[in-house]
Every structure is written in structure tokens, then in C-alpha cells.
Design a protein around this ligand. Structure first.
Ligand code: AHM
Ligand code: MG
Length: 282
């Protein structure tokens, strides 16, 4: 057990009610774009600034990097480096659907390999606020209520009788190999796609199945970012007994050259990931 990692997890949990409480008045767009060229909502900026300020106040945090800022912000000479997507799926704010906060705790300056993760987790702003944390090979799920964190699942594992799938991107933009793979999946699982990766991944953790955002014909790198979304989610799903892939290998074996590098992303039950890699490798 590391006090530093505990302190980081406490800050994320304590910040969740503030992020959630701040959503209602922040559905408007800011004038700036984030470093990936996407429009930022006031809510994105608010969540990012809360996390930056509170995480960098910890002795354990050497730097904070997020989807919403160009470069990592240095802190103390702390040993951990935190990468966050402060409000994943924030376009769902307009339609009042699920969103989340994703974070990874690395033991090396960013960008780094997924093998440098020492913990990862997410907060899900659904009908209730939950927090899922992976560390030391175990995944726990807690409910956050009024700032208190109560563990509801001690050892979360991906169910072995999968039922759901969700894939991003417009279907005409899918490659033939991927579209053929999906034809098979559709015969076995039912579609659940909500537009916030974190909500869709939590369905896979709950019911079993596969979530993916593939490389597209006009965008082979896909949409999602390796450091802020890919690595943390891969770490969580693999710790829960599932698998991850960029189409060829585990996302944890991928090391980005740039902070905001994108990647095709797939997580779920291992047989579905194995079949996907076989299909895309043909
Ligand atoms: P964001 O982090 O800027 O909110 O964008 C990432 C989101 C994911 O949560 C989700 O899987 C994907 O974008 C949805 O994209 P699309 O609208 O193409 O389905
Ligand atoms: Mg995101």
C-alpha cells in the first residue's frame, strides 16, 4: 500500500461530488478548443481545474496531464504522474446522459508506457455516482454519496457470459475487416452504445462483452487517446480479468510518443479481443 496512491484516490473521490454539482450551470461551450481540436465545455474546464489544483497540492504528485491542456503541469518532485480525462463523454451533457472522470497513476513522467501504471480508475456520473479503482491486480467499485466512499464490490470481475457490445464511429467508415468482425458479434451480443466511453465500458464490466472505438477509413488512429483513456481503461479491464487491444496487442504495451496520441481501442472478454485481433490481422 502506498500512502501517495491512497492520497490521489482520495482526491479524485472527494472531487467527484464537486464535479457533479458543477455540471448543471456549465453546459455552454467555451471559446477555446482542447489540444485535440475539440470544443471544450465550461464543465470540462471546471473539472480539469479542480483536479489540477487538488492533485498538484499532493506531495506524491510529480505532474498532472489532461486531455484539456497541451502539456503536463509539473508539481513537486513526487513519484507519481497523473493523466486524466476530467469529463469523458462531455458531449452527453447536452442530452443529460452519462459522463465520467478517468485517471491513470503512472510511476514515470508522461508520455509513458501502460506498463508504468500503478493504479487507474474512473468516476461514473450516472443515476448514482460510482468509482471504480484498479490497483495491485484487484478492481473495486464504490458508491460516492455526500463525499463518503462505500465499497459495494470488493473484487470486480468481467462476467464470463457476455451480453453487450458497443462500437464507435460511423459504420461506412469502418474497414471491411472490422465490419465483418462486427457481423459476427451482432449475432451473439446486444448493442449498448451511449456516447461516453466510460459508461459503455462500465456496461462491459457489469454484463460482459466488448466495447471498441476502431480505427476508421479516414482516421486510422481512431478517436480515443492512449494516455488519458486507453491505458487507464485497459488497466482496469485487464485487472478485472478481461483483455484490451489496439487491434494488434494489449494497450498496456503501447507507448505514445506524444501526450495526446490517439489509438484504436478495444476492451472486453478475452475471446472477443482474440477474435478481433485475428480478424484485423488477416
Ligand atoms: P471526450 O473525452 O472528448 O468526451 O470524447 C470521447 C468520447 C468517448 O467517451 C466516446 O466513446 C466517444 O467520444 C464517442 O464518440 P462518438 O460521438 O463518435 O460516438
Ligand atoms: Mg474522453
Amino acid at each position: 500500500m502506498s500512502d501517495g496512491i491512497d492520497a490521489i484516490l482520495d482526491v479524485v473521490a472527494d472531487t467527484a461530488p464537486d464535479v457533479r454539482g458543477g455540471l448543471a450551470g456549465r453546459r455552454v461551450y467555451e471559446t477555446a478548443e482542447n489540444p485535440s481540436g475539440e470544443q471544450q465545455l465550461a464543465a470540462d474546464v471546471y473539472a480539469d481545474e479542480l483536479l489540477e489544483e487538488r492533485l498538484l497540492a499532493l506531495d506524491a504528485v510529480g505532474s498532472y496531464a489532461s486531455e484539456e491542456r497541451d502539456a503536463a503541469v509539473p508539481g513537486t518532485d513526487g513519484e507519481y504522474h497523473v493523466a486524466a480525462d476530467p469529463l469523458d463523454g462531455s458531449s452527453n451533457l447536452k442530452s443529460n446522459n452519462t459522463m465520467g472522470t478517468i485517471f491513470g497513476v503512472y510511476d514515470a513522467p508522461l508520455p509513458a508506457s501502460g506498463r508504468n501504471l500503478v493504479a487507474a480508475g474512473f468516476v461514473l456520473y450516472g443515476p448514482i455516482t460510482t468509482m471504480v479503482v484498479a490497483r495491485d491486480g484487484t478492481v473495486t467499485e464504490s458508491v460516492i454519496d455526500d463525499g463518503d466512499r462505500e465499497i459495494v464490490t470488493e473484487n470486480l470481475v468481467v462476467p464470463t457470459d457476455p451480453t453487450v457490445y458497443g462500437f464507435g464511429g460511423r459504420v461506412p467508415q469502418w474497414t471491411d475487416a472490422f465490419a465483418e468482425y462486427v457481423d459476427g458479434v451482432e449475432q451473439e451480443l446486444k448493442l449498448r452504445y451511449g456516447g461516453a466511453m466510460i459508461g459503455d465500458v462500465n456496461q462491459v464490466l457489469t454484463y460482459g462483452g466488448i466495447f471498441g472505438y476502431p480505427g476508421l477509413r479516414d482516421r486510422p488512429e481512431g478517436k480515443l487517446r492512449l494516455l488519458f483513456e486507453g491505458h487507464p481503461i485497459a488497466y482496469i479491464v485487464e485487472s478485472a480479468g478481461g483483455a484490451s487491444s489496439n487491434g494488434e496487442r494489449s494497450l498496456l504495451d503501447c507507448e505514445p510518443d506524444r501526450l495526446h496520441e490517439r489509438t484504436p481501442l478495444f476492451v472486453g472478454n478475452e475471446p472477443y479481443i482474440d477474435r478481433l485481433e485475428a480478424a484485423l490481422g488477416e
